[in-house]
Design a protein around this ligand. Structure first.
Ligand code: ADP
Length: 695
């Protein structure tokens, strides 16, 4: 039994040098294994979820990551103060930082991850490719030599054949990377990449690769222990990317054959062993999708850490990869051998980002007024759905860190079932207060090309027209939204529920409400104005015994409607005998922004909702008193008591069910007195003022 230079020993306290969902996720397993958990935080995260959930937490510094989460000495000091014997780095931040690992070794603290030497071996793309070539791992045809002479590089590009991809050797995050279509553009691209790489990494070395026009991103999860064992836990397809960042991932990769899976898995284990790897790692490959299922695969890079998308592997293998990491870090052998690992069913992960897909995925900030998943309402089985989240209702989303809020992970017996569950689960996610990509994820996951697994790394680009197209909203949706808005408002103002009242809505009397509706995007900043009504729905209450209580009229059509509240946010809407189940919400604060959101597993509909006509009194003759048409609040008195007014002049404004209602003079005359002042609450039927009409 040979221990590598890896600092393996038992520990009872784990510090997690990260934040957000991954910190919460790592601590969950650590607790289950009986470890004490220590969080670290920046000032922006003093009350963040990972801090709340940890047994102890230590402040690192100000909000900026380089002054907190990236500060090696501060993290080590936090471990010392709390007696943490090991540090889990999560992903990002210090997870692939060789000097950090060396500092931990020196301090006698276990790093839950590979040795510094393995991180270094994969840190430089050119050097890594040379080692992979040596280990017999297939590479994209290309050049990764030390000679960086312009003419030589140009010749190499010619030899490889255009289009080629220039990549910074020291690169990462897509920086210093450009596609060159032909020899004409080579020099300009080379100069540009060198400048970018110099600025980002302080290094100008370039490598050249054949640019694959239709590759899939397929990566293999590997695991090695400090006893010389190595296994692969199969593959993940992460082809759906925006700006080279993953959005939807799945395992296993669709269309894999057993031979290709084994070939890729074994190549990945060879790659890990070549560099003396220990712990969880991911070997990323490009799979040439243009050649069908048995396409060639090429090594791209190895990520020497736990990946964001590791849960899809956990779902199909039934293993807890963080538990594996912790055991390996304690010096234990791998829990299972290769032949004991199997794939069960299919899994998807969707990354929920605080960003606006309609604005080129611009990150969004704000406070989460609601962050919940309505499993009951969506009819989901909890065992099939996992939400790995770093936030809860009430949490702030700042601009300091990655905009990923949570990951939604689902499992199904096969891809079709898993995808259906993903769509239901996406519908069940209710995030308010911060703009997110939730609806975009739903459009991706319901896209026919995605359903058919027509995957490659340009999926989003290629399907842009259909993914971003404004959707035609049909009459039934408008009609449904009108009623949902009324219903939800009535629920909010319980005492004023039209369902409970003994007048108006209940009777056959001609009480009519008019609702103006207009499509909106999720982002109020570039939504149409709510006054631009696209549809006006006339809602009539006709609660007849046994019949539909509502009649909705719009666009020359009439719908007999019922709306039945179900569990959670779910409702069943029946329009002319067609019953549909959906999740329905009314969002927005105040009168300004009432938005009805209807979500089902196929789509989301968001409509500005506004009452434009509360009550039709049905009688216009002069009255000596004016009564409140509904329970509400007096907003303003518009004339003085005793004032002379003409018929139709506004006298008083009240507000009820989020709309203003103006009481007007029923005839020429004068107001004798008001019974209420601005701010007073009035009950339905209360006499508001005494009015004397002229004789
Ligand atoms: P970085 O380390 O900067 O993220 P990678 O080498 O991991 O760069 O590549 C990022 C993404 O760029 C890949 O996921 C893939 O979509 C695309 N890519 C990389 N190399 C190639 C190639 N040779 N041909 C086509 N696409 C590529």
């Amino acid at each position: 039994m040979s221990l590598t230079n890896h600092n393996a020993k038992r520990f009872d306290t784990l510090l997690v040098a990260n934040r957000g969902e991954i910190a919460c996720r790592v601590m969950r397993t650590a607790r289950a294994l009986g470890l004490r958990t220590v969080a670290v935080y920046s000032d922006a995260d003093a009350n963040a979820r990972h801090v709340r959930e940890a047994d102890e937490a230590v402040r690192l510094g100000p909000a900026a990551a380089r002054e907190s989460y990236l500060k090696v000495e501060a993290v080590i000091e936090a471990a010392r103060r709390t007696g943490a014997g090991a540090i889990h780095p999560g992903y990002g931040f210090l997870s692939e930082n060789g000097p950090f690992v060396e500092a931990l070794d020196a301090a006698g603290i276990t790093f839950v991850g590979p040795p510094a030497s393995a991180i270094a071996a994969m840190g430089d793309k050119s050097a890594a490719k040379a080692r992979m070539h040596h280990a017999g791992v297939p590479l994209v045809p290309g050049y990764h030599g030390a000679d960086q002479d312009d003419a030589l590089l140009r010749d190499e590009a010619e030899r490889i054949g255009y289009p080629v991809l220039l990549k910074a050797s020291a690169g990462g995050g897509g920086k210093g990377m450009r596609v060159v279509e032909s020899a004409d553009g080579f020099q300009v691209a080379l100069d540009g990449c060198r400048r970018e790489s110099q600025a980002a990494f302080g290094d100008q070395r370039m490598l050249i690769e054949k640019y694959l026009t239709q590759p899939r991103h397929v990566e293999v999860q590997v695991f090695c222990d400090s006893h010389g064992n190595g296994v692969y836990l199969f593959e993940r397809d992460c082809s759906v990317q925006r700006r080279h960042q993953k959005v939807l991932e799945e395992a296993p990769a669709p269309g894999m054959t057993a031979e290709l899976r084994r070939a890729m898995g074994e190549a990945a284990v060879r790659a890990a062993k070549e560099i003396g790897y220990v712990g969880a790692g991911t070997v990323e490959f490009l799979l040439d999708a243009s050649q069908g299922q048995d396409g060639s695969f090429y090594f791209m890079e190895m990520n020497t850490r736990l990946q964001v998308e590791h849960p899809v592997t956990e779902m199909i293998t039934g293993q807890d990869l963080v538990a594996w990491q912790l055991k390996v870090a304690m010096g234990e052998p791998l829990p299972l051998a290769q032949h004991e690992l199997t794939i069960t069913g299919h899994s998807f992960e969707a990354r929920l980002y605080a960003e606006d897909p309609e604005q080129d995925f611009l990150p969004a900030t704000g406070t989460l007024s609601r962050f919940a998943m309505d499993l009951d309402g969506a009819g989901l089985e909890p065992s099939r759905v996992r939400l790995d989240s770093g936030v809860e209702t009430g949490d702030a989303v700042s601009m300091h860190y990655d905009p990923m809020l949570a990951k939604l992970i689902v499992h199904g017996d096969d891809r079709t079932q898993a995808l259906a569950t993903l769509n239901r689960a996406l519908a069940a996610l209710d995030v308010q207060g911060v703009v997110t990509n939730r609806a975009f994820l739903q459009r991706l996951a319901t896209h026919p090309a995605f359903r058919n697994a027509q995957l490659d790394t340009r999926f989003i680009e290629r399907n842009e027209a259909t993914l971003f197209a404004a959707r035609q909203i049909d009459l039934e949706e408008y009609a449904g939204a009108a009623l949902i808005g009324l219903h939800q408002l009535a629920r909010e103002c319980e005492s004023d529920s039209p369902w409970d009242r003994h007048d108006g809505f209940r009777l056959n009397a001609p009480h009519t409400i008019r609702i103006a509706l207009c499509p909106t995007t999720q982002n109020p900043a570039h939504a149409q104005h709510e006054d631009d009504a696209e549809a006006v729905v006339v809602v009539e209450g006709r609660r007849e015994a046994g019949g539909s209580p509502w009649q909705l009229t719009l666009g020359g059509r009439t719908f007999a409607a019922t709306l039945e509240p179900l569990e959670g946010d779910a409702v069943a809407m029946t329009l002319n005998g067609h019953r549909r189940r959906m999740l329905a919400r009314l969002v927005g604060e105040g009168r300004e922004r009432n938005v009805v959101v209807m979500v089902d597993p196929q789509r989301e509909t968001r409509l500005f909702w506004r009452r434009i006509d509360a009550i039709d009194h049905g009688h216009h003759e002069a009255e000596s008193t004016l009564t409140a048409p509904m329970h509400g609040t007096v907003v303003a008195l518009l004339v003085e008591a005793g004032a002379r007014v003409e018929k139709g002049m506004p006298l008083m404004v009240m507000e009820a069910m989020k709309m203003e209602h103006t009481m007007t003079a029923p005839a020429d005359g004068h107001v004798e007195s008001f019974h209420f002042a601005a701010g007073d609450t009035v009950g339905q039927g209360d006499v508001l003022l005494e009015f004397a009409a002229d004789e």
